[in-house]
Write a protein that binds this ligand. Sequence first.
Ligand code: SAM
Ligand code: F3S
Length: 438
Amino acid sequence: MAKLKLITFGCQANEADSEKIAGVLAEEGFDLTETAEDADLILLNTCSIREKAEHKVYSLLGTFQKLKAQNPRLKIGLCGCLAQREGERLKTRFPYLDLVAGPGAMIYRIPSLLKGGSNGPVLPRPKEPLPLYIQSPRPRRESTCKAWVSIMEGCNYLCTFCVVPYTRGPERSRPPGDIMAEVEELLRQGYKEITLLGQTVNAYGKNLKPRTRFSDLLKAIDTLSGGTIRVRFTSSHPKDLTPDLIEAIASLNSVCEHLHLPVQAGSDRVLKRMGRHYTREDYLVKARALREVVPDIALSTDFIVGFPGESEEDFRETLSLLEEVRFDSLFAFNYSPRPLTPAAIHPHQVPEEVKTDRLHLLLKRHDQIALEQNTGRVGTIEEVLVEEGPNTKLQSSATGRSRRNQLVHFSEEYLPPGLTVSAVITEAYSHYLKAKSR
Ligand code: SAM
Ligand code: F3S
């Protein structure tokens, strides 16, 4: 069997795409390998959201070029958002590449692109119409208990800092029948948790005829599973957090008590220039409405610090939003100027050291808040889905996630992955909890 070394960068959408790539190539006789030296084909599934991820890709390519010099039969390819954005330019810069293919439906063209010869990279023809979703072949899923289910591609929001709409295209929703068939299959296979994926997952269905609301999809999945499977979804856009969705989160047993709701900034001036389509107050009102009906819900978010023109006062408003919402977890990033995006050519770029100072302040305060919140959970009982076995580095015998999406480590008993346990929280840290099964 031929060997495939697949390296994934970036977001969950890319992780899901990598499982599809592995599935597509399994049909072509490729088995996964951990070591690049063993591989017949090395594919880098790239991310373009921040500059750092791109640098990593370029430096790895240098390493793999050396491997190819020793083994001319080795093929090297780039997939994902960086490949989509740079296309032809990669051909000149890295002539030893054998293949360049974008994300989404482009994945299903990888086998034919691979067969296209190797005088430089083989690119998809730009004008070729692409089917949005093809169900077969199946993704090769990494976990036997948790599964990604992509329900939409692309994004229509065009936030002024974000490259995604240019690499993944406009918003397209997957037909509900296709999604339900995939969920049915996952239920049959005994999966315990699914995560519905989309760049703005809760905007699902706007372009479907007849229109299907995201909350309708959640209800259909809940009914199909009889509430027996855990359902998560990410990422949600605050503008699309509608009353019917809040009601669905509150009433459906299968939907976990956690929402990832990227806010990006706490200042209205910055939110407006980011093109986010909500104000600080809009966000706070929605967070309150959610907590009113699901009091124990965990909220997580994304922040960008140092967006062009962000003043000290703007940043203080971000800190004060953090104090007000008290998120359970968050991701925060220095603003990274991205090609094609309007913010990248804004005249008032914030110096890197200012961004980094702000990032440290934000993360430090969040860690304190998270520790306080987690300390309040000691003694509570949580339902935990075990995802991993023993880990000596972490000194844990098993690790899982609560319905609130918190990382939970067990230290005494062996618990097999896939088991759902009722656990009592014994210790709290900023980023995880420790527990004992009951
Ligand atoms: N759709 C989601 C939303 O509603 O915001 C976010 C998807 S985006 C691909 C994931 C996260 O990357 C964003 O929430 C944002 O915080 C971060 N991000 C996107 N562009 C960025 C940039 N240019 N610099 C730093 N972080 C960025
Ligand atoms: Fe990016 Fe904004 Fe869409 S962050 S993925 S353009 S909602």
